[in-house]
Design a protein around this ligand. Structure first.
Ligand code: CP
Length: 314
């Protein structure tokens, strides 16, 4: 993060992790998102990124993040490139840094980068310095800062304040970049109790350092919580024998209507998606009245617009 003299915001040069942004900037992003999301009925276009180019570079698959970044950039009047990595010259051995430098030469101002290896967006940012902005759209199991922002924003829109909340994050904590960023943002926002629930095999080894209460028993962990964030099992990042069968997993850690009753009556259900119905969440709960899952997706557009707005001083 870089402070720019004479600018009324503490603007962002890059957004690489939730650790690096302070509470003032988080609240500032939420306020901007309010402005962008206030009108549900009609889609308003802003000239904030007119003349700028945003490039989506997704080395890992995505539906929500890539599409909402594209929509967000277009609503800010940017030109948008979705580079198809599979058909790009990466297959001929070009390095990521060379790829990025070529795209900067073409006039790209903001790169939205997703990669399976932790730290790739950070490495790119170190290399290119201030020639363009880098937004981390998920790096391996390390972090997903805009997802954490939109999840916290969604919780805020349903609850009076963070400081009396108990929030449970359930499932594959070890392999989830969402969980890692979520734990940090919820603590920064002053959430009373951040809980993590899951089997020991899916807990990070440094869990005791993360300022969370850890539970291996789902029913105990859900007691009295205000919000539940369910996670997909990240099979692509683990050995086959790390978890039991999907049926067994659902029996022990799946969120069903019965278990939901253990939480507070007005508890909300979040999930970053994609959902695996019948594995970590029952359809009745995913589509039920307490689910705010599609609200999260919609809020992702406003949050991503707000993040890119903070980068307009390039
Ligand atoms: N939440 C999220 O990152 O979803 P996608 O993988 O579809 O982008």
């Amino acid at each position: 993060m870089k402070k720019i003299k004479g600018n009324k915001f503490s603007d962002l040069q890059h957004l690489l992790s939730i650790e690096e942004i302070d509470i003032t900037l988080i609240k500032d992003i939420f306020k901007s998102a309010d402005k962008f999301l206030k009108n549900n009925q009609s889609i308003e276009k802003y000239k904030i990124l007119q003349g700028k180019t945003v490039c989506n570079l997704f080395f890992e698959n995505s539906t929500r993040t890539q599409t909402t970044f594209e929509i967000a950039a277009k609503r800010l009047s940017a030109d948008v490139i979705n580079l198809d990595i599979a058909t790009s010259s990466q297959s001929k051995g070009e390095s990521i840094i060379d790829l990025i430098n070529n795209l900067i030469a073409m006039g790209v101002n903001i790169f939205v980068v997703r990669h399976s290896k932790p730290g790739v967006p950070e490495r790119i940012a170190r290399n290119i310095k201030n020639k363009a902005h880098i937004i981390n759209a998920g790096d391996g199991n390390r972090g997903h800062p805009t997802q954490a922002l939109l999840d916290a924003y969604t919780i805020k829109s349903y609850k009076k304040s963070f400081d009396d909340l108990k929030v449970a994050i359930v499932g594959d904590i070890e392999h989830s970049r969402v969980a890692k960023s979520e734990i940090i943002i919820l603590n920064k926002l002053g959430v009373k109790e951040v809980r993590v629930i899951g089997p020991e095999s899916l807990m990070p080894s440094n869990i005791s350092e993360l300022n969370v209460r850890a539970f291996s028993n789902m029913n105990e962990g859900l007691e009295d919580v205000d919000a539940i964030l369910m996670l997909r099992i990240q099979k692509e990042r683990m050995r086959k024998d790390t978890v039991p069968s999907e049926k067994e997993y659902f029996k022990t850690y799946g969120l069903n209507e019965g278990r939901l009753k253990i939480a507070k009556n007005d508890c909300i259900i979040l999930h970053p998606g994609p959902i695996n119905r019948g594995v970590e969440i029952e359809t009745l709960v995913a589509d039920g009245s307490q689910s705010v899952i599609l609200e999260q997706v919609k809020n992702g557009i406003g949050i991503r617009m707000a993040v890119m707005e903070k980068m307009t001083s390039l």
